[in-house]
Design a protein around this ligand. Structure first.
Ligand SMILES: [Zn+2]
Length: 266
């Protein structure tokens, strides 16, 4: 099992997992073929299914404990058990940063209507908040009613725009397309670079097939442009990436083998 804890300079990143999905790869990536999965990515297949992980990254930076995304919770979310197993106390969390407001990223914001992280403030982007709370969208978005709106009523959420400095070592960057206000997090400390990807990519296969946009992107073309730009940058920088939907603990780097960009998990 890959290590669940890595460092980027003075920053510590810990991988936490709420569970995993069972999905047909062609339902997720309509541009892919089963032959490609079977011949090029047999390690990602389980029969004819792929299992995207529902991952959370815990970050220690500047004396703060920060949780990036809060999993799906239902029906059997394991995030709280995983946190306990790693010695992370929900009450010690200072900040919850939400890369976007999909159900598998905000599921543990609240538990039975109370904040799961009782001493934390929550951060989301104004662009995602405005999209998900618009009348045409929120009618079908029960997860927003259950896991986002109460945070506003409790005055626990701050809406951010542009590059936002979370700590001296962590800065948000706009990576739109998957959702309108999707963000990732740049980690920069003591000359080392890290990156918390969010849903810029959902599968290691997108290292090479960077054009593949999942069916649940709000704007697949913008998501594709964003993914190309971000993965090019991460490959050039050699940044240590935390990818919430990738297998194992989701830590690795985008590197090159000949003409092919690959994901190298650590
Ligand atoms: Zn997701």
């Amino acid at each position: 099992m890959a290590d669940y804890k890595v460092t980027v300079g003075n920053v510590e990143m810990l991988a936490l997992t709420d569970g995993q999905g069972d999905m047909q790869p062609l339902d997720v990536f309509a541009d892919s073929s089963m032959e490609q999965w079977q011949s090029e990515y047999p390690e990602l297949l389980d029969g004819d299914l792929i299992h995207p992980r529902f991952g959370t990254t815990a970050v220690r930076s500047d004396g703060k404990l920060i949780i990036v995304d809060t999993g799906l919770q239902a029906p059997d979310g394991a995030l709280m058990d995983d946190m306990r197993a790693r010695g992370i106390d929900a009450a010690a969390v200072d900040l919850v940063v939400l890369t976007h407001l999909h159900p598998d990223h905000i599921g543990w914001n609240l538990t039975d209507g109370s904040p799961t992280f009782p001493n934390a403030r929550y951060l989301a982007t104004k662009a995602d908040w405005d999209y998900w709370t618009s009348p045409a969208v929120i009618d079908d978005a029960d997860h927003i009613k259950q896991q986002a709106l109460p945070l506003r009523d409790l005055n626990l959420i701050d809406l951010i725009e542009g590059e936002y400095r979370i700590t001296d070592e962590l800065t948000t960057v706009d990576t739109p397309g998957h959702t309108p206000g999707h963000i990732s997090i740049v980690v920069s400390s003591a000359g080392e670079r890290g990156f918390i990807l969010g849903d810029v990519a959902h599968s290691p296969a997108q290292a090479h097939y960077t054009d593949w946009s999942p069916g649940f992107d709000v704007d697949p073309n913008l998501s594709r442009q964003t993914r190309h730009a971000v993965l090019d940058r991460l490959e050039n920088e050699g940044a240590l990436v935390s990818a919430g939907h990738f297998p194992g603990n989701g830590f690795g780097r985008f590197t090159r083998e000949g003409s092919r960009r690959v994901w190298q998990g650590i």
